[in-house]
Design a protein around this ligand. Structure first.
Ligand code: FAD
Length: 426
């Protein structure tokens, strides 16, 4: 999605020599030139450039500077080019040398103009100021090129380390740095694009999840769980290049519909156990085949996943009758930010909308993950009691402004407090 062009700029007749909407080459991204300059050179640099431009004193030098920024930007925004640069140190060095060369040319021009200007009747003070501005811009640009160059080394080293650390918990082929994986996890249904993730993880089983969360924390990576990527709030979008997206698509174990005696409930009730990555429609189909209805029916059901439904507290047309995900959860397991398991079990489920229950009670039990294949060891438990009416504003199916949701872990948290696997009522 490109940043919208300013309407005034489009409708007004462009004066001869007017600034183009985008001057940085290859900038077909959702970032404006201003944002790119600020990102690469800093806020001061944009101000300096603006000053020079308003005095019509940039011309060829500015174009050369923009070319440098464009080259850096096109690589930063294209994981396939990054791959190529990482795999070809010689090509990378040629590019870095060319960027430095262009900046040297700008510097040469600055010196020539400075020498010429002394002979003009323009005030010396003005010329000095302009010269200082260009010098400051050159310094910022030189640093940007150096940072860009250093990034490849750092990225290479971190990839090696991440493969070692995360490889303790999952197969190597589930740790993905390739262009295709990173490109396909840069956005969700919003089509908002900010940063490519550093790595995409595709665990084979739920048991790997706790270790992966621990490993990502050790590596300093921001963790983003992801289901179908149909979210409309940008929750699955990396906002920092130091992000790990955990794709749950392989966590697709789906149990059968079972009549279960839920804790504190006096009769058996139909429930189904589902992995975080099960597509919502699969659960609805299973419920229907058993003669029941699965109440969580977002319009995105053919693509969204159950973990995403819980994290977003999704609902659909049936929410009017049976509520949203929150109302229909019997229990769910999640990995908390410490890399421990947290099991949340609804007690005395009212088998209806949660806000109709005078008090909603949840048992929370934390356990340290066991070594591969071994059971987890519980170390803490507590009961959370929340008045039912606290979950919703009067008359609302769900209150999207309330992310805290009375402190109930996992639900409506957009993946911010853990990775979820649910057990639902149908
Ligand atoms: C065409 C269309 C129609 C839609 N209709 C509806 C509708 O009727 N009702 C409705 O409520 N929404 C609707 N949505 C929004 C969206 O589909 C839902 O919010 C859905 O629940 C998101 O699920 P997902 O698996 O795609 O999640 P993603 O987009 O992958 O992720 C959404 C958020 O959940 C987090 N997350 C994902 N999986 C987990 C997990 N296992 N553990 C913890 N956090 C996790 C992510 O980090 C992110 O913050 C619609 C979207 C589209 C595109």
């Amino acid at each position: 999605m490109n940043a919208p062009a300013q309407i005034q700029a489009l409708i007004s007749e462009a004066p001869a020599g007017a600034t183009r909407l985008r001057e940085i080459p290859y900038n077909y991204t959702s970032f404006s030139d201003r944002e790119i300059v600020i990102r690469l050179l800093g806020e001061d640099a944009w101000r300096l450039l603006d000053d020079l431009r308003s005095a019509r004193q940039t011309g060829r030098s500015a174009r050369m500077l923009y070319e440098v920024l464009g080259d850096i930007w096109v690589v930063r925004r294209n994981p396939y080019l990054q791959e190529d640069m990482l795999d070809n140190p010689k090509r990378r060095q040629d590019l870095i040398d060319a960027l430095h060369h262009r900046l040297q040319e700008v510097d040469k021009r600055r010196k020539i103009i400075e020498a010429a200007e002394g002979k003009d009747d323009e005030t010396v003070a003005q010329a000095k100021q302009r010269n200082a501005n260009v010098e400051a811009l050159l310094q910022a640009a030189t640093k940007a090129v150096e940072d860009f160059s250093a990034e490849f080394r750092a990225s290479w080293d971190l990839r090696k380390r991440a493969t070692k650390v995360l490889g303790r918990y999952t197969e190597k082929h589930n740790i993905k740095f390739d262009g295709m994986s990173r490109v396909t996890h840069v956005t969700d249904a919003t089509d908002w694009r900010v940063e490519y993730p550093f790595v995409v993880l595709t665990p084979d089983s739920e048991d790997e999840m706790a270790g992966l969360v621990k490993g990502c924390i050790e590596l300093g990576l921001t963790i983003i769980p992801r289901g179908g990527g149909t979210g409309y709030t940008g929750g699955a979008i990396p906002l920092t290049p130091m992000s790990a997206v955990i794709n749950t698509e392989k966590l697709n174990i789906l149990g059968a519909v079972e009549m279960t005696r839920l804790p504190g409930v006096e009769r058996d009730y139909a429930t189904i156990h589902s992995g975080a990555g099960v597509v919502t429609r699969r659960v609805a189909d299973a419920a229907e085949a058993a003669g029941f209805v699965f109440a969580v029916d977002p319009t995105s059901a053919d693509a969204s996943c159950v973990g995403g439904n819980v994290a977003m507290n999704a609902g659909g047309k049936k929410a009017v009758l049976w509520g949203t995900a929150l109302d229909n959860l019997a229990s769910w397991r999640m990995v908390d930010p410490n890399g421990d398991w947290l099991e949340v079990t609804r007690l005395e489920h009212n088998l209806g909308k949660i806000h109709d229950a005078p008090l909603a009670r949840f048992k929370l039990e934390w356990s340290h993950p066991g070594e591969r294949g071994k059971p987890a060891t519980p170390f803490k438990s507590e009961v959370l009691e929340i008045p039912g009416r606290q979950f919703r504003k009067e008359g609302l199916g769900k209150d999207v402004t309330d992310k805290f949701l009375a402190g109930l872990p996992g639900v409506q948290k957009e993946g911010c407090d853990g990775d979820c696997t649910p057990h639902q009522c149908v």
